[in-house]
Design a protein around this ligand. Structure first.
Ligand code: PEP
Ligand code: MN
Length: 264
């Protein structure tokens, strides 16, 4: 199936903007359940709970994720609070474990999108699934590489695709952790208007203060969803502590977001 022919009906089952929220990393069952429980208590509609269980860290000897046990905690979050679940996959073993655990949404991280061998391995392992697969932009500002990753997935018969714009790394000091380079995302959108596009303000900003304006800017130019890192105790998070917000702050932010009513 050609990428441009995908109709992405999956997206219509979610409210707009589609919100995916949860901690950068799964740390413990308690942390997962407390975060999810407080997200639920806010009363704000958040259909999908995210948590990374295999964490691609820039340097060795850091926390690299809790691994497979985290899948059980995601299942528990679903059972107890009714969230759909999402996690990152970076190789074929991850894909198999995540499919076995019946997680609803898989995403490919920015450090994996850059690697065609890894993406191909993931695409092959996903053959035959109707799960939703979201592809983050590669860490480097390379539109062709981003599109190529999606083509590998659609070539393997994966039909429920979407993308996440999480910004691009730069050696320059800027107010962003990863510069948005909006034009690259807009070029993607113009080429593939049918592919749902989410923004990840957490990894773009790298802090808590810029989140709302980046998310709103994305909705203003026609994005359909937002992925935000949310933690029950952000300052104590084992990864990306500076950019995570409490469930209550998240809820306040979602309530303020305005959806653009006309498509570009
Ligand atoms: C994440 O979502 O926690 C993550 C690792 O993101 P990225 O791949 O965008 O760096
Ligand atoms: Mn993170």
């Amino acid at each position: 199936m050609e990428l441009a022919e995908l109709k992405n009906e999956w997206f219509k089952t979610y409210p707009t903007p589609m919100i995916i929220a949860g901690p950068c990393s799964a740390e413990s069952e308690l942390q997962m359940l407390e975060t999810a429980g407080r997200m639920k208590e806010t009363g704000v509609e958040i259909p999908v709970f995210r948590a990374g269980i295999w964490k691609p860290r820039t340097k060795p000897n850091g926390f690299e994720g809790v691994g497979i046990i985290g899948l059980k905690w995601l299942q528990k979050v679903k059972e107890e609070f009714g969230f759909q679940t999402a996690t990152e996959v970076a190789n074929a073993h991850h894909v198999k474990a995540v499919l076995d655990a019946d997680i609803d949404i898989l995403w490919i991280g920015a450090r994996t999108t850059v690697n065609p061998f890894a993406v191909q391995e993931i695409a092959d392992a996903l053959k035959g699934t109707d799960k939703i697969v979201l592809v983050k932009n590669p860490v480097n500002p390379d539109l062709a590489l981003w599109i190529g990753a999606l083509e590998r997935l659609s070539g393997a018969g994966i039909r429920n695709l979407g993308v996440i714009h999480r910004g691009f790394s730069t050696y320059q000091k800027t107010k962003y952790r990863n510069v948005p380079n909006w034009q690259i995302a807009l070029d993607f959108k113009n080429q593939f208007p049918e592919i749902p596009m989410l923004v990840d303000p957490s990894h773009i900003c790298g802090n808590r203060t810029g989140l709302f304006s980046v998310a709103q800017e994305a909705l203003n130019i026609g994005y359909q969803g937002v992925m935000v890192e949310t933690h029950c105790n952000p300052d104590a998070a084992w990864s990306d502590a500076k950019q995570q917000v409490t469930p209550e702050v998240l809820a306040g932010m979602i309530e303020k977001l305005k959806v653009r009513d006309t498509e570009i």
